[in-house]
Write a protein that binds this ligand. Structure first.
Ligand code: MOS
Length: 752
């Protein structure tokens, strides 16, 4: 790989830390319990908050027995719309990264089950819980609008976060007219919930008009600004700490009513207040993956080449906000077709607003797209992998632009070989194991954007040969703490043990968003550039100092490694950072850097991570019980900084794909609009026994355009491709095509 950043000044090297499969630097802290999460904070005088939530999905709260709650000896304050102090911003306006509205007790209206209707503050958690119970709300309930058949259609102005709802390229009509075959199918995906291990929590402490907040958040500096806005104070007055996060998956990029109410309560009572949502309370105010119904139409020639691809999705959203799952967009950038049309329509219902959840758009959209491709392969009578190869896009079908890099062919090849795909029978129900179970093999293509956001970083070289590197962006548990330190270490020419990383604090340089699979690329680039900045300054000092062995070397070509600067032409001439600093009379030296995409590259290239997932299932022919027995994924995502942690991300995604295919579904009671399985007992996620032997292959890919590091993301792509691979394997085992997720036993033994 060519030197990824065109340095005119000293060279940084890759390779001493980057590429090493080192274990998580925060692992010991986590397994010993030394890592503190938001709810672990107990400032002196702490009170406990509990949100009282609505049991109806639509209507209004007619009465709350505030006197009864206040009569409880432990209860300190009860906040309802009747006594809620004003906020400086209106929660009914659009706020934050995603432009969401929310409930902060602005009135007595109920818009979904689980919505906050009061906030109780007490000396203990038990008293606050009791107090909330004593409120015994009475409601005026209206019929809840539930589900894709029970909601209200509306003209949505956007899909996802502000994207246009519809897209087309080429002439769809002409494409279908040119087709000799047409394959059409409709798929459904349910509402799914993030279910991070750590529920949303917040500890708020005021000191005059200064505020300290402990809360898990994926975009700390942005969140700080928004919290400050709600309380009419400057952002500098707010400190937001989020050193460790127990999973976010998109839900912790959202600022929601319960968090604002906790801060408000702390100001009202003049003492710190802590709130931790219960598991049940996370099914409502903090986002979810909206349910979809997706209709796909494929025009094909006799060889299975696409002449037209139409993907229409209808997705559930709330009655008051606009987030429409952009599932149809999954068909824009993957398969070559002269005509592509996608549309994401919205359906309003009485639910909390959905939001981004791990691979938003692609997870649901790819599930449908990969299944319909499989259906098409079967209709034509060719192997599903051959089907993908015949429709391989050499340039981005949506824009015609070249890909910045695309090693998808290698993913197909390496994945298929490792899995042993060759010789797979075309027809279903052809394979059995020794126990007589039906065996099936399926595959799917994985795709996810390789975005970059904006981030800043600061690095400080210290006289003792160590460095402090700082950027606010958090580690949600994915390994950023380790990977960012690896990038920083290489940028500084230091061993990773010499690098101390600080993140997860709003006073640090703005690390942007940990999300969208763009955190390593973005914050990593900022750290790398900050390293270049400080090494440049250091070399400046050395080459201009007659006492330095580097004197007169000229800045270009001086190399930074092993904590020393090296003369470009003479290996015997080098000097440690400490020596250079000390002679200059400095105890330390800082540099700064930004991470963002080069706009020229962004204009010229389509940037994606790619992959191919292969799955084997075994199905009991009588009971319809499905066991996934093997999964192999092969992924190309540019430079891999840490193969161990990248694989761990990909395994997580593949497991989530299995979970999507077979387990997850939030079930609504149509009478009340409540979610009936709002806990981890009723809402199924896979356990160890559900997870097969799994392999994630990291396919070499050099991407000189995506950013100077050549890094794409691995966080979300694993979900995509995996859902379809499993559904397709189930079809291959049983001959039953299930078009509604999750795939259940009853779908297989009594197909509808
Ligand atoms: Mo994610 S949905 O980018 O946390």
């Amino acid at each position: 790989m060519p030197d990824p950043i065109p340095f005119t000044a000293p060279r940084q090297r890759f390779g001493s830390s980057s590429g090493q499969p080192i274990t998580r630097r925060d692992g010991l802290l986590k397994v010993t319990g030394a890592a503190t999460y938001a709810a672990d904070n107990h400032p002196a005088g702490l009170l406990h908050g509990v949100v009282a939530t609505s049991t109806i999905a639509r209507g209004r709260v007619v009465s709350l027995d505030v006197d009864a709650a206040k009569a409880h000896p432990g209860v300190v304050e009860v906040i309802t719309p009747a006594n809620r102090p004003p906020l400086a911003l209106d929660p009914d306006e659009k706020h934050g990264l995603f432009g969401f509205r929310f409930e902060a007790l602005q009135n007595d209206t109920v818009r979904y089950a689980g919505q906050p209707i009061a906030f109780v503050v007490a000396e203990t958690l038990e008293a606050a819980t009791e107090g909330a119970r004593l409120l015994t709300p009475e409601y005026e309930a209206e019929r809840a609008r539930v589900g894709l058949d029970g909601g209200e259609r509306y003209e949505n102005q956007s899909a996802g976060v502000g994207a246009p709802p519809a897209f087309s390229v080429g002439d769809l009509k002409a494409g279908f007219a040119a087709a000799t075959r047409k394959v059409e199918a409709e798929y459904e995906t349910p509402g799914q919930y993030h279910n991070a291990m750590e529920p949303h929590a917040l500890v708020a402490e005021w000191d005059g008009d200064r505020l300290t907040i402990d809360t898990p958040n994926q975009a700390i500096v942005m969140a700080r600004g928004l919290f400050a806005g709600f309380f009419g104070i400057p952002p500098e007055n707010v400190v937001l700490r989020s050193p460790f996060i127990g999973g976010g998956f998109g839900s912790k990029a959202i600022l929601a009513g319960p968090q604002v109410l906790t801060i408000l309560a702390a100001r009202m009572v003049g003492r710190p207040v802590k709130l931790a949502l219960t598991r049940q309370q996370m099914y409502g105010p903090v986002g979810h993956r909206g349910a979809t119904r997706q209709h796909l139409s494929l025009g094909l020639d006799d060889d299975g080449r696409l002449t037209a691809l139409e993907h229409q999705s209808l997705a559930m959203t709330s009655s008051f906000d606009e987030f429409v799952e952009p599932a149809a967009n999954a068909s824009q950038n993957l398969y070559a077709s002269p005509a592509i049309s996608t549309r994401n329509s919205g359906m309003r219902g009485d639910i909390g607003t959905p939001g981004p959840m791990r691979a938003p758009g692609e997870a649901s959209g790819s599930a449908a797209l990969e299944c319909v491709l499989d259906e098409a392969a079967n209709a034509i009578g060719i192997d599903p992998l051959e089907m993908r190869l015949r429709n391989y896009a050499e340039t981005d079908p949506a824009t015609g632009r070249p890909y910045s890099a695309k090693a998808l062919r290698e993913c197909y090849q390496q994945g298929a070989e490792t899995f042993g795909w060759a010789g797979r029978p075309i027809d279903p129900r052809q394979m059995r194991d020794d126990a007589g179970r039906l065996v099936g093999w399926g595959m799917g293509t994985a795709l996810f954007h390789a975005p970059m956001f904006q981030a800043e970083a600061r690095v400080t070289l210290r006289g003792d040969g160590t460095a402090l590197v700082e950027t606010s962006g958090v580690d949600m548990g994915q390994g950023a703490w380790t990977v960012l330190a690896q990038i920083a270490a290489d940028g500084l020419g230091l061993d990773i043990d010499k690098v101390e990383l600080r993140s997860g604090h709003s006073e640090l340089p703005d690390g942007g968003v940990a999300g969208g699979s763009g955190h390593t690329a973005t914050a990593g680039s900022a750290l790398h550039n900050a390293g270049a900045d400080v090494i440049g300054k250091l070399a400046e000092l050395a080459v201009n100092d007659p006492e330095s062995p580097l004197f007169g070397a000229g800045n270009a070509g001086v190399e930074a490694r092993e904590g020393r600067l090296w003369h470009p032409d003479d290996e015997t001439r080098s000097e440690s950072y400490g020596e250079i600093l000390s002679r200059a009379g400095m105890s330390n030296l800082s540099g700064e850097g930004k991470g963002a995409r080069d706009p020229a590259n962004a204009e010229a290239r389509a940037m994606f991570s790619h992959g191919a997932v292969f799955a084997e299932v075994k199905v009991d022919p009588d009971l319809g019980q499905v066991l996934v027995t093997r999964m192999v994924g092969a992924f190309a995502a540019g430079r891999i900084i840490n193969p161990r942690l990248a694989k761990s991300q990909l395994y997580g995604g593949m497991i989530w794909g299995l979970s999507f295919a077979l387990h997850e579904e939030a079930v609504h009671d149509r009478r009340t609009g409540r979610i009936m399985n709002a806990d981890l007992a009723g809402y199924h996620v896979p356990v160890h026994a559900d997870i097969p032997a799994m392999e994630a292959l990291l396919v070499d890919e050099e991407d000189p355009y995506v950013n100077g590091l050549g890094v794409k993301g691995v966080g979300e792509i694993g979900v995509t491709g995996s859902v379809g691979a499993i559904a397709n394997a189930i079809w291959h085992a049983t001959g039953v095509r299930v078009r509604r997720f999750p795939i259940r036993i009853e779908d297989l033994i009594a197909p509808r």
